[in-house]
Write a protein that binds this ligand. Structure first.
Ligand SMILES: Cc1cc2nc3c(=O)[nH]c(=O)nc-3n(C[C@H](O)[C@H](O)[C@H](O)COP(=O)(O)OP(=O)(O)OC[C@H]3O[C@@H](n4cnc5c(N)ncnc54)[C@H](O)[C@@H]3O)c2cc1C
Length: 390
């Protein structure tokens, strides 16, 4: 039986935080917990950055340093080394979003290839990640998902997207580094899914290198997983799945409302949770064929995974199971799991302050809107402050 108070150990959770870092984290979550403050702060920051006002220093010393590893991959090295002293691995996440030109996509490709070479030299970095729209225009994925024919130029553009995916997966296979490919909005995701599946076919022959993302807030994903599993068994390739609940719920709902189609999102949180649990169980029961990266801040989901591992006699160090949280969030889960010997990795976002802003704003909004998340972080920080005083 798994003890459901394991994550309460704040001494382990915040072992790497100095007293002043603990205070800063507390102050930050306190600010984020106020919805009006986040709304005003977001608007003011966007305005200040657009108007070139000197606010980067302020952003860096507050939200940026809490949620990001640095501006460049080299900046992140000290964070990566520090986390690894507590057996927590790192997944460098080049979090620059909303880019639309060939040069920018090629630039992102070079970044990821460089990170894979970095990984080759460091045990602390066994995994890399990228977003489909980091390598190609959203509209192109959408058109392909909708089954609309490409023009000749678009087909050439798409071929370059495929070549970028292939370059990453090929080098990753050569260097034995695993590749997570993020999931995005449903109206472009089919094209990404098909492309990732092709990469699995090519590179997951003897072991899992390539992982697609399963967003369980979508009610159709369990069927998708089972169908993918059937194809993989028939054709003889392994599957990698990063399982998450999904980050674009509001956007998905307002688009389906506006356009009048059935929302792809589960109607309630409980349905999403059940879907998550079913997919988790399905994968752990089929671990010979499917590797899993469990991306969640939900404590119950982590306890369930630990229980299922125990039930199916799966070793904590089994390299086909990873737990993952975002840097700056849910350290109580990451550090306690790692201390118990589970495989744990933190996503470490990095990039120029201005370019990382959409990511930071999402984190602030998520912490404001996800019921209980911020109050949980605050309660744990408070309890650790109290423990240190004693
Ligand atoms: C390491 C890592 C990688 C991630 N990668 C991705 C990714 O590639 N793509 C992506 O989309 N997201 C990604 N996420 C974000 C993730 O999808 C969730 O948004 C976030 O983790 C919150 O969910 P939770 O499981 O941690 O916690 P919880 O607080 O238990 O769940 C919150 C989530 O439940 C769902 N939900 C909330 N209310 C409802 C409702 N009324 N009806 C139906 N569903 C509801 C939403 O998905 C919401 O985000 C990642 C998260 C982590 C930690």
């Amino acid at each position: 039986m798994i003890d459901h108070s394991l994550f309460e150990n704040t001494g382990t959770a915040f072992t790497l935080k100095s007293d002043s870092e603990l205070e800063r984290a507390y102050f930050l979550f306190k600010m984020i917990s106020s919805q009006p403050l986040v709304r005003i702060g977001t608007a003011a920051t966007n305005f200040a950055l657009k108007a070139n006002l000197p606010v980067e220093g302020l952003i860096r010393s507050t939200v940026f340093d809490h949620f990001c590893g640095g501006v460049s991959e080299d900046d992140c090295l000290s964070v990566i080394d520090k986390l690894y002293t507590k057996s927590v691995s790192s997944v460098l996440d080049y979090s620059v979003e909303g880019k639309e030109t060939t040069d920018q996509f090629d630039g992102a490709l070079e970044k990821i290839l460089k990170i894979i070479r970095f990984c080759d030299e460091r045990d602390a970095m066994p995994i890399v990640v990228f977003k489909p729209t980091g390598f190609g225009r959203f509209h192109l994925y959408q058109k392909k998902t909708e089954g609309v024919d490409f023009t000749i130029e678009e087909q050439e553009e798409w071929d370059r997207v495929v070549a970028r995916f292939d370059a990453v997966c090929k080098l990753a296979k050569e260097k034995d580094v695993e590749v997570l490919i993020d999931g995005e909005e449903s109206w472009m995701q089919d094209a990404a899914d098909d492309l990732v599946e092709d990469m699995m076919r090519l590179y997951n022959t003897d072991k899992t290198i390539v992982y697609n993302t399963l967003q369980t807030y979508r009610w159709d994903r369990l069927d998708y997983l089972k169908a993918l599993h059937e194809r993989a068994k028939k054709e003889g390739f392994k599957i990698g799945i990063k399982i998450v609940r999904g980050a674009y719920m509001e956007k998905e709902r307002s688009r389906s409302d506006e356009k009048g189609y059935r929302s792809p999102i589960c109607e309630t949180k409980i349905t999403t949770d059940n879907n998550f649990n079913s997919a988790l169980s399905y994968i752990l029961e089929n671990l010979n064929d499917i590797s899993i990266f469990i991306g969640t801040h939900n404590e119950e989901s982590c306890y369930l995974a630990m229980e299922l591992m125990e039930k199916f006699n799966i070793s904590r160090q089994d390299n086909s199971i990873w737990f993952g949280q975002l840097y700056g969030m849910s350290d109580h889960i990451s550090f306690n799991l790692a201390a118990l010997g589970y495989n744990v990795a933190k996503y470490i976002p990095f990039g120029p302050v201005k370019d990382v802003m959409p990511y930071l704003i999402r984190r602030a909004e998520e912490n404001t809107s996800v019921a209980g998340q911020t109050s949980r972080e605050l309660a744990l920080l408070k309890s650790e402050k109290r423990r240190r005083k004693v």
